[in-house]
Design a binder for this molecule. Structure first.
Ligand SMILES: Cc1cc2nc3c(=O)[nH]c(=O)nc-3n(C[C@H](O)[C@H](O)[C@H](O)COP(=O)(O)O)c2cc1C
Length: 320
């Protein structure tokens, strides 16, 4: 799997509807699900959580949890779905997640992490990877992190997505934990130098894709979260920049057409979620605000679609 460009897992954002939109903007970028707790997969209808049927891009299922048995069971269920990889979340700092003893807090207990991953790897038909931080709280991000990685490599973990900052579990909320601890890209470069055989994908604060391609070329890929969601049209550049694709992109007009065809297949709740993910598509264009109001309105979908297309055509005419 070519992980040159990955869209980061984001709760309430990278659901299957946003992934569908992402797939229309970039055919080659690697997509991630939101983190799904192993229990949710095991106890409820898995179809509700794991359905990925409309998406042809390689997609990584991210799971959360810290019970080896539950994670093994969830992995067995996930085998039935079309995911290309399964990833264990070791980076989420939210207090809810902490109190459930999963996410970033697990970086403090490498033996438990190894048990979880070993159970997953025993049954998974696909590669099992991890998403980590550089450390948590006052952990040693040099020798301590090396030890953590080394231990996981011993059980055969080969792919590390690294959010290039530590997580502070006390005093910062998840949003602050994505901005306040400083980014430390150098430490990620060092991981790749010290563990050449591993796939190391860097994450955190990447906004300029072209610049990132050059800056991080020694690594195995970049992972982008907020910049992909907030400015989704930037994803149009991904296949050309990262995968040397010469195929023409979909036009934004055809993306709108295809999104409304997709929306027609959804129930009301999913339709609202999908339109919400489209709100940023027109950012920077004339009448962007009108497009957002249309997507949030109760107008009939045919009317919304044709007005959105009119906005795009007016922008094209103005640019010509
Ligand atoms: C709204 C939101 C939800 C997130 N949910 C998850 C998640 O479910 N799993 C995860 O590993 N990281 C999650 N993250 C963290 C991102 O995957 C990523 O590591 C972080 O945003 C830094 O990358 P960025 O600077 O490119 O956004 C989330 C981030 C945001 C903004």
């Amino acid at each position: 799997m070519d992980r040159s460009f990955c869209i980061a897992p984001m709760m309430r954002r990278t659901d299957r509807h946003f992934r569908y939109l992402s797939g229309l903007l970039s055919k080659k970028g690697i997509l991630f699900t939101e983190m799904i707790h192993a229990n949710a997969i095991n106890r409820n209808e898995p179809e509700r959580f794991l359905n990925n049927s409309d998406i042809s891009n390689a997609t990584v299922l991210q799971v959360g949890g810290s019970c080896p048995k539950e994670l093994k069971k969830a992995t067995l269920i996930a085998n039935e779905y079309n995911y290309s990889e399964i990833n264990l979340n070791l980076g989420c700092p939210s207090s809810k997640v902490q109190s459930g003893n999963f996410g970033a807090v697990l970086m403090k207990d490498v033996n438990l992490v190894k048990n979880c991953l070993s159970e997953m790897m025993k049954v998974s038909l696909k590669e099992v990877s991890v998403k980590i931080r550089l450390g948590v709280d006052d952990s040693d991000i040099n020798k301590g992190l090396d030890y953590f990685i080394e231990e996981l490599t011993k059980i055969g973990v080969n792919t590390f997505y690294v959010h290039a900052r530590i997580a502070l579990l006390k005093g910062l909320d998840p949003k602050e934990n994505r901005t306040i601890p400083p980014l430390n890209y150098e430490r990620v470069f060092q991981i790749k130098k010290d563990f050449k055989h591993l796939n190391v994908i860097i994450n955190g604060g990447i906004e300029d894709f072209k610049m990132a391609k050059d800056k991080f070329q020694k690594l195995d890929g970049i992972m982008v979260g907020r910049a992909a969601y907030d400015l989704p049209f930037k994803l149009f550049d991904v296949d050309r920049i990262f995968y040397n694709s010469t195929e023409p992109n979909n036009s934004l007009i055809s993306v709108i057409d295809q999104m409304f065809e997709y929306i027609d297949t959804l129930d009301f709740k999913d339709e609202i979620k999908t339109k919400f993910h489209m709100l940023n598509l027109f950012k920077g264009l004339k009448n962007a605000k009108k497009s957002r109001l249309l997507l949030l309105s109760n107008e009939k979908n045919d009317k919304i679609k044709s007005e959105l297309k009119n906005i795009l055509l007016a922008n094209e005419n103005q640019a010509a």
